[in-house]
Design a protein around this ligand. Structure first.
Ligand code: FPP
Length: 249
């Protein structure tokens, strides 16, 4: 059987309430290096396996009916890694889209990117832009890659745009939350309902600081390469037990 992305006959356990799926899941995919080290493998093997987990997670989220999946694939701090590792990480979008793009197109998934484009190699931008262009008219799940992403830089970028517009006389009224939100890289995307971080670290690490204000946080000790369908469903079922109050009683 062809296990395409988003097959609606995918079976989920009864413990999952398909009416209460988080609309936006954001993931800090951490622990690739430790996964490899524990197996006596070079670090890049962890990243290679991490791409497999990305493939499966995209399939599973789409089948669950998630509307936006944001994946933290490369942070503004990751440039400090050794050159070989930065180069390897930069080759991953190409590897992923080479095999997955036809399915993403067919399954109505739309590709977006958030982050600072300036420092990214041209070939990475090309592969992302080609993916975005090929899926531009899709209106199903949004697959949003955070690449060269840092949240403080994103907020500063938005504030500086507002300041420039004010200086040019375009912006006269007070800045609202809605206005500032719309100037972030995430634009008009909904805020994440659920943030998942793998590998046992319990930090936000400069990821979506503004957007995570009311998100449910889920931390697991499982390394990203081992974060399979069962682990995703566990995260979703924990989310479904949470009482979201948004500051109210
Ligand atoms: C953190 O683990 C992970 C990263 C810096 C890279 C994450 C990227 C992927 C999982 C693949 C991205 C896929 C696509 C398609 C772009 P780490 O290396 O910091 O692990 P460690 O903390 O155990 O060393």
């Amino acid at each position: 059987m062809d296990m395409d992305i988003g097959d609606r006959d995918t079976v989920f356990p009864e413990s999952i309430d398909l009416r209460k799926i988080p609309a936006h899941i954001a993931i800090i995919m951490d622990g690739n290096g430790r996964w490899a080290a524990e197996r006596g493998l070079p670090r890049h093997e962890g990243h290679r396996q991490g791409v497999e987990t990305v493939r499966e997670t995209v399939r599973n989220c789409n089948a669950l009916g998630v509307e936006v999946l944001t994946l933290f694939a490369f942070s503004t701090e990751n440039w400090q890694r050794p050159d070989w590792e930065v180069n390897y990480l930069m080759s991953l979008p190409e590897k992923y889209f080479e095999s997955e793009l036809p399915e993403l197109v067919r399954k109505n998934v739309r590709v977006l990117m958030i982050g600072d484009r300036k420092k990214l190699p041209r070939r990475v931008l090309k592969v992302i832009d080609d993916g975005a262009a090929a899926t531009n008219s899709n209106n199903g799940m949004i697959l949003n890659f955070a690449l060269n992403y840092g949240s403080r830089a994103e907020i500063l970028h938005a504030v500086n745009r507002l300041v420039s517009e004010a200086a040019a006389g375009k912006q006269v009224s007070r800045v609202t939350e809605k206005k500032l939100s719309s100037y972030l890289y995430t634009g008009n995307l909904p805020d994440p309902d659920l943030l998942i971080r793998t590998s046992g670290e319990q930090r936000i690490s400069n990821f979506l600081l503004w957007q995570l204000a009311y998100s449910e946080l889920y931390f697991t000790g499982v390394y990203w390469p081992d974060f399979d369908k069962a682990e995703l469903l566990k995260a979703v079922s924990v989310y479904q037990l949470r009482k979201r109050r948004f500051g109210k009683v």
